[in-house]
Structures are given as structure tokens and as C-alpha cells.
Design a protein around this ligand. Structure first.
Ligand SMILES: [Zn+2]
Length: 118
């Protein structure tokens, strides 16, 4: 029996200094041992190249939707993925419009199928 699906959140950083600062602060609380210089570099890369960075992972659904609405305040785009999938792996994923979720194609949307960590 597989474990219920968890979720990851990816965002493109916003260029405004204030929103960058908020994202920086958020990321440093998410992963306490992460170096602030490394976080700043990742944010800079995301702003410059418009590439998504992972802002949270391994979340239950309720937590994922809550955090998604929080990070909307200080990032320029947000995507919700089934855990372990992510941008650049789109050929492997399908999208559920109802849940605004990218998920593994073969088994369908885990939220629609009621097979997810709450
Ligand atoms: Zn769904």
C-alpha cells in the first residue's frame, strides 16, 4: 500500500525588494538550516531567469492550500505539485483544474481520488 500523496509548492520570485524580502524570510523559516546567502541566490536566479523555485515540500493538502495563499502575497506566480514532481518534469504530469494541481498522470488527481495526506 502506497502512502497518501503529499504536495510541493513552487513559485517564481517577485522582483520588488519588499516582496523579495518577505519570500526570503518565509524560506528561512521553512528550512531553518538553510544559509541565507543560498536563499538570496535562489531568489535572484528565479527573478532573473523567471524560473520557479521550491518554497515548500511534503505538505498535507490543507497545509498546502494555506501556504499557497500565503505565498501569493509575495511571489509572482505559484504552482502546486504532487510531491516529487515539479517544473521541468511537465511531460510526466497532468493538471487538475478543479484543484489547481499538477499530478502524476497515470493515477489521476490524488485529491479527486481521495488519496492524499489531509
Ligand atoms: Zn482534482
Amino acid at each position: 500500500m502506497e502512502d497518501p500523496i503529499r504536495f510541493d509548492i513552487w513559485c517564481i520570485a517577485a522582483s520588488e525588494p519588499e516582496r523579495r524580502r518577505q519570500l526570503e524570510e518565509f524560506l528561512s523559516t521553512q528550512v531553518p538550516n538553510r544559509q541565507i546567502a543560498e536563499i538570496k541566490r535562489e531568489i535572484q536566479r528565479s527573478v532573473t531567469n523567471r524560473t520557479p523555485l521550491q518554497v515548500a515540500s511534503g505538505l498535507g493538502w490543507k497545509n498546502a492550500t494555506t501556504i499557497l495563499s500565503v505565498v501569493k502575497g509575495f511571489t509572482s506566480s505559484q504552482q502546486l505539485y504532487q510531491e516529487g514532481l515539479g517544473p521541468g518534469k511537465e511531460f510526466k504530469v497532468s493538471y487538475c483544474e478543479k484543484h489547481n494541481l499538477f499530478h502524476g498522470g497515470s493515477l489521476g488527481c490524488p485529491v479527486c481520488n481521495d488519496f492524499y495526506a489531509a
